[in-house]
Design a protein around this ligand. Structure first.
Ligand code: AMP
Ligand code: GLY
Length: 374
C-alpha cells in the first residue's frame, strides 16, 4: 500500500498467491487503485481446494471425484474408496508441493496425517487419479468476460521422465502440437467461463488470472486444480508468444472492459523454458553459490528470468532460493526452441545446479499421445 501511494500507478498487478489470499487486492481497491488480481473472496479458488471443488460442482465443471477429510480415519476410509494411484492433497496453500500421488497406501495415509496435523483446521482432499497429459490454460477475466491465453505444458516432477518429487515446475513449452482440436475454445466454455459466471453469481466476481490445471484424460478434459495467478514457469513461454500488449490486456480486465478488447495475437513460433534449480531443491535448497554465464546465455538470444537470486556487496550474483533461474527461448518449432533454451542453460553455471534435460522433448518428437500420463 505504501508503495502504491508513493508511485500512484495507473494499474497495480498483484502476482503471488499469498498476498492475494491475504486480501491485498481488496485493500488497494478500497483505497481507489485500479488492480489486476482477485479479491480475497475470489482468491479462495486457489487458497482452498475444497472450495474450488464446491464451485466446480455448482458450475458443472468436469473434475476428479473427491472427498474432503478432516480426520485421519476419514482420509483412510476415502483412500479405500479410490483405486491406486492414490491422490492426497493438502487443502491449504502449499506452493505446489502439498500433493502426493502414490501407489503406496501407507504413504498416502502418512501424507494425509502430516497435512491434517500440520495446523489447526488442517484437512486433505482425496481424489480419483486422472490419467493423461497435463495442460495449463490461463484465462484473464474482468469478472464477467474471460479471455483465454495460449496453452502450455509444465513439468512438475523434479527428474527426467517425470521421476522424483513434485516441484513448483521445472520447465514448460507452448504451443501443444498434440492438443485436441478446439481445445482452447472448449475449455474456455466448459471450464473458464463456467467458473467466472458462478463466482459472479455468488457476488464474488473473479477479476484477474484464472489458471486452470487440466488433465486431458481418456474420458475428456478434467480440472486438476485452479490457481488465482499466473503460473511459473508456464508464464515465461506463454508471454514469450504473446504479440498483443500485456498491459492493455491486464488494464482492460481490471477496468471491466475485456469484451471490447481486440482479439489477442500470438506468435506462430514455439517457446521452451528450462528451470535451473539450486543444490538440494526441492527438499532443502542451498543458497549462496555464485552464478556465472548469464550474459553469454543472453548473447545467444535466450531470455533469462531470475526467481531465486540476489546480489552481494561485491556485485556478484548468488543463488537465493530453490528455483533459481529459468532460461527461455523462441524457435520456429519446439525442437529448435528447446535446442536454443538448452544452449543457454549450458552457458550458465553455479555450484550444485541441476535441471531436467527432457523439457518439451516428447512433444518435439511427436511422442505425446492422448491417453498417456505425462
Ligand atoms: P496440484 O497442486 O493440485 O496442481 O497437483 C500437483 C500435481 O499433482 C499435478 O500437477 C499433477 O501432476 C498431480 N495430480 C494432482 N491431482 C491429480 C489427480 N487427481 N490425478 C493425477 N495426478 C494428479
Ligand atoms: N507451474 C505451476 C504453478 O505455477 O503453480
Amino acid at each position: 500500500m505504501d508503495l502504491a501511494k508513493k508511485h500512484n500507478p495507473d494499474l497495480v498487478v498483484i502476482g503471488p498467491e499469498a498476498p492475494l489470499v491475504a486480501g491485498v487486492v481488496d485493500e488497494l481497491r478500497s483505497a481507489g487503485f485500479v488492480v489486476f488480481g482477485p479479491s480475497k473472496a475470489a482468491a479462495v479458488l486457489e487458497g482452498s481446494k475444497a472450495f474450488a471443488k464446491e464451485i466446480m460442482q455448482a458450475a458443472g465443471v468436469p473434475t476428479a471425484d473427491s472427498k474432503y477429510c478432516q480426520t485421519v480415519s476419514e482420509a483412510r476410509a476415502a483412500l479405500e474408496l479410490f483405486d491406486s494411484p492414490y491422490v492426497v492433497k493438502d487443502d491449504g496453500l502449499a506452493a505446489g508441493k502439498g500433493v502426493v500421488v502414490t501407489d503406496d497406501f501407507d504413504a498416502a495415509v502418512a501424507h494425509a496425517m502430516a497435512c491434517i496435523d500440520s495446523r489447526d483446521g488442517g484437512a486433505v482432499v482425496i481424489e480419483e487419479f486422472l490419467d493423461g497429459p497435463e495442460v495449463s490454460l490461463f484465462g484473464v477475466s474482468d469478472g464477467t468476460t474471460v479471455v483465454p491465453l495460449t496453452p502450455a505444458q509444465d513439468f512438475k516432477r523434479l527428474g527426467d521422465n517425470d521421476e522424483g518429487p513434485n516441484t513448483g515446475g521445472m520447465g514448460a513449452y507452448s504451443p501443444l502440437p498434440w492438443a485436441p482440436k478446439d481445445f482452447v475454445a472448449d475449455v474456455t466454455q466448459t471450464v473458464l467461463q463456467r467458473m467466472i459466471s458462478e463466482m459472479n453469481r455468488r457476488g464474488t466476481p473473479f477479476v484477474g488470472l484464472l489458471f486452470a490445471g487440466l488433465a486431458v484424460t481418456s474420458r475428456g478434459v478434467r480440472v486438476i486444480e485452479f490457481n488465482a495467478r499466473f503460473g511459473d514457469p508456464e508464464t515465461q513461454v506463454v508471454l514469450a508468444r504473446l504479440n498483443s500488449s500485456l498491459s492493455e490486456l491486464l488494464l482492460a480486465a481490471a477496468t471491466g472492459k475485456l469484451s471490447s478488447l481486440p482479439k489477442l495475437q500470438w506468435k506462430p513460433e514455439s517457446a521452451v523454458t528450462v528451470v535451473m534449480a539450486a543444490k538440494g531443491y526441492p527438499e532443502s535448497p542451498v543458497s549462496g553459490a555464485v552464478i556465472s554465464g548469464i550474459d553469454q546465455a543472453q548473447e545467444l538470444g535466450t531470455l533469462v528470468y531470475h526467481a531465486g537470486t540476489k546480489t552481494n556487496d561485491a556485485g556478484e550474483l548468488l543463488v537465493n532460493g530453490g528455483r533459481v533461474l529459468s532460461v527461455t527461448a523462441i524457435g520456429s518449432d519446439l525442437a529448435v526452441a528447446r535446442m536454443q533454451a538448452y544452449a543457454g542453460v549450458e552457458r550458465i553455471e553455479f555450484d550444485g545446479n541441476h535441471h531436467r534435460s527432457d523439457i518439451a522433448l516428447k512433444a518435439a518428437l511427436g511422442e505425446i499421445r492422448l491417453g498417456d500420463h505425462s
